[in-house]
Structure formats: C-alpha cells, structure tokens
Write a protein that binds this ligand. Structure first.
Ligand code: V47
Length: 357
C-alpha cells in the first residue's frame, strides 16, 4: 500500500490517479499539500488566469415532474410560489440585457410536464433574436432527455433540433451523484445516470461542449465522489467534450433533506483539489461562487479552481432558495478582478467555449 507522500510524488510526476490512490490522498494528505498539488496542476493548464464571464440565467419554471429530495426550488402546480414564465416575460427579461456585454445566457429550470422540445426550440430562437451575440447554454441532460423523449425522438435527433435553433452548449446540472444506490436515495424518480451520460455523449458527438456537476456533502461517501469523477474521466477520454467540472456543495435550507447538515469548508477545498487532480483531462474546474459564497470561492482559487462562473446579475433562485449566502446574487467585473488578484491570479474574461475576450 502506498502512503499519501508516495502518491503525491506520482502526481507531481504527472501520473494518473487510480481510485485507491485517490482515496489515500483524499483521506491522509494535509489540506495545504493538496492545495499545492492542485495549484501546480491548475497552473500547468491555465497559468495565472482565473476565468469569468458576463452571463445571466433564465429559470423558465419551477414546476417539475421530478421530486428530488435536495431541491429547495421546485413547487407543485397550484402553489402561490410556482412560476411558469410566458414567452413575453422571457423576451422582456432578455431585452433588459441588450447592449450590456453579456456573452452567455444560461437556461435551466424544472422539468415541466407539458412543454415539449418545440416549445424550447422556440424559446432559444427568441433569445437569439434579441441577443444574437450571446451563446445559449441550455438545459440539463435530465431536461433534455425528458423533452426529447416526450417528442418521441432519438437523443441525437432532438439535439439536432435544439442546435439548429441556436443552442451552443449544455450545462452540467442533473448529474447529482452517479452511484445508482445513492442517487435512488436522494432523487429516486429523477432521470438516471445512464440517461445523463447518454445525452452528454450525444452532445459531444454532435460537436457541442458541455459541463459536468457533482452534488456532494449529503449521504454519499468520499468513495462515491471518486467514482463520480472517474466515470466522467472515462467519457472525457473518449470524447474530450467536457469543458468544466463543477462540484456543487449540498445546501440544506428548505428541502426535504434539511436534517442533513452542510459539510465544512475544508471538505469543499479538499473536494475541489481532488477534482483537479483526478480529472486530469478536464481543463477547467469551476468554483461556482453563487453556491459557495464569495469567501469560499476566493479560497477555492488556491485549491485548483480556475473559473468562478459569471456576473449572474441576480438571475438565479436555485441557490438563494437553498440557503446560499447571497439572497440576490450578482458580482461586478471589478469585484471578480479584485478577487482573482487577492488570490494571486489574473482575471480573464472568457466566452462559453473559453475563448479569451
Ligand atoms: O443539478 C439543486 C444543484 C444543479 C441544490 O454548467 C443543489 O456552468 C446544492 O447545474 N444544494 C443545477 N445544489 C445548477 C447547475 C449549474 C450551476 C452553475 C453553472 C453550471 C454550468 C451548472 O443545482 C442541480 C443540482 O445538482 N442543486 N438543489 C441544493 N439544495
């Protein structure tokens, strides 16, 4: 059995981590050492840069056919807190960003029981008509799988329609945790791990880049997190289609697993560093500031993260409803530059595909 120091030496030599080595490193290496290893890897990929973009979210509805136990956002039909935006409301929101330098519109919401793929193609076309210069990063694999199957289409046919309508990238949500037993405990009726992978593989084969998330800090173990990352590393070896990995810390306010506490910040930092080391073929590790809060995000930059997501402009409710620090999340470009500089890096604006602007 190798000890953590032997494994750290192997990492420094550029060797790939096995599941067993990753477990030893995760459990035994001191936090500062993981930060050092992950920062060296981060620097090899993106030097002194920390990426951000100018983006906003559209969350068309919080009605959802699924009932995930960790979700604080879903409301049942008829609830006074349920919403389902009309096309005109979406247009109005998008028009508010004309001339403001936004390069990405992130569209994710509940899996609405009635809206089909043609409704979502129309939504993308309308967004593009108002903001033609912005990329549309739209719909989690679970939303995509549902809307495509509802139309009786094969996954590649459905993706083709969405791409023709203007979809440019697929966000990383809906991954939760890939281990089937844990998934069955936290989101028993949700689209499966196999469905998530089917959609991402098909997107990559169609030339569309995507992200991948991992919801951690609930009932899973470190072994499950390692398994999750290794499944992603496997697909990435085949397709190269993932741009970024985004670990999402379970926030426990207002959902049906609230009795589970939130994990410590040290666990967040360890998870970020280990994702940088395990996912040696995924270029970017995103510390999603809306979910971590601004202070942890700054620390994340010393643990392998090279991306903090974007300006957001108070356009997402998923995390404020789950108890995140900022009830109305927004971050100016100046604030992002200052954060990167305090962490010893240089903020660089990127577009959705990581072209520098
Ligand atoms: O899949 C829901 C997570 C995800 C909670 O691709 C929760 O650039 C923690 O995927 N505590 C959606 N997490 C958000 C998402 C995302 C966000 C930012 C950037 C990108 C990207 C993708 O939010 C869901 C789920 O894993 N989530 N509820 C909660 N209580």
């Amino acid at each position: 059995m190798l000890n953590w120091k032997d494994i750290a030496t192997r990492v420094e030599a550029g060797e790939r981590l096995s599941a067993d080595d990753a477990l030893t490193l995760w459990r035994d290496a001191p936090l500062w050492h993981l930060g050092m290893l992950a920062t060296a890897r981060k620097r090899a990929v993106s030097g002194d840069k920390v990426y951000y973009n100018r983006n906003f979210h559209i969350e068309p509805t919080n009605l959802c056919v699924f009932n995930c136990k960790f979700c604080s956002y879903r409301r049942p039909k008829g609830s006074p807190e349920a919403w389902d935006m009309t096309a005109e409301q979406i247009d109005e929101k998008v028009r508010g960003y004309v001339g403001r330098g936004v390069t990405e519109v992130h569209i994710v919401g509940g899996v609405h029981p009635e809206h089909d793929i043609y409704y979502y193609c129309d939504m993308i076309r309308r967004v593009k008509a108002i903001l033609p210069e912005a990329a549309v990063k739209a719909f989690t694999a679970i939303e995509l799988s549902y809307m495509i199957r509802k139309a009786g289409l094969a996954v590649d046919e459905g993706l083709r329609l969405l791409i023709e309508a203007g979809m440019n990238a697929v966000p990383g949500g809906g991954a939760e945790i890939f281990d089937e037993e844990i998934r069955a405990r936290i989101c028993p009726d949700k689209g499966s791990t196999a469905e998530w992978f089917e959609v991402h593989r098909a997107a990559h084969e169609a030339g569309i880049k995507s992200n991948a998330t991992m919801l951690y800090g609930h009932v899973e173990s470190v072994e499950h997190r390692i398994d999750h990352m290794l499944r992603l590393r496997g697909l990435q070896d085949e397709t190269g289609g993932f741009n970024a990995f985004i670990p999402l810390k379970y926030r426990n306010f207002g959902n049906s697993m609230s009795e589970i506490g939130e994990v410590a910040v040290t666990d967040d930092l360890r998870t970020l560093a280990m994702s940088r080391l395990l996912l040696d073929n995924v270029p970017h590790i995103k510390a999603y500031w809306v979910m971590y809060g601004k202070q942890t995000t700054e620390m994340a930059l010393a643990f392998g993260a090279d991306d903090i997501d974007g300006t957001i402009d108070d356009s997402t409710k998923i995390y404020s409803m789950a108890g995140a620090d900022d009830a109305r999340p927004r971050m100016s470009v100046d604030e992002m530059r200052e954060m990167a500089a305090r962490a010893g890096f240089r903020a660089v604006e990127r577009d959705t595909l990581y072209n520098e602007l």
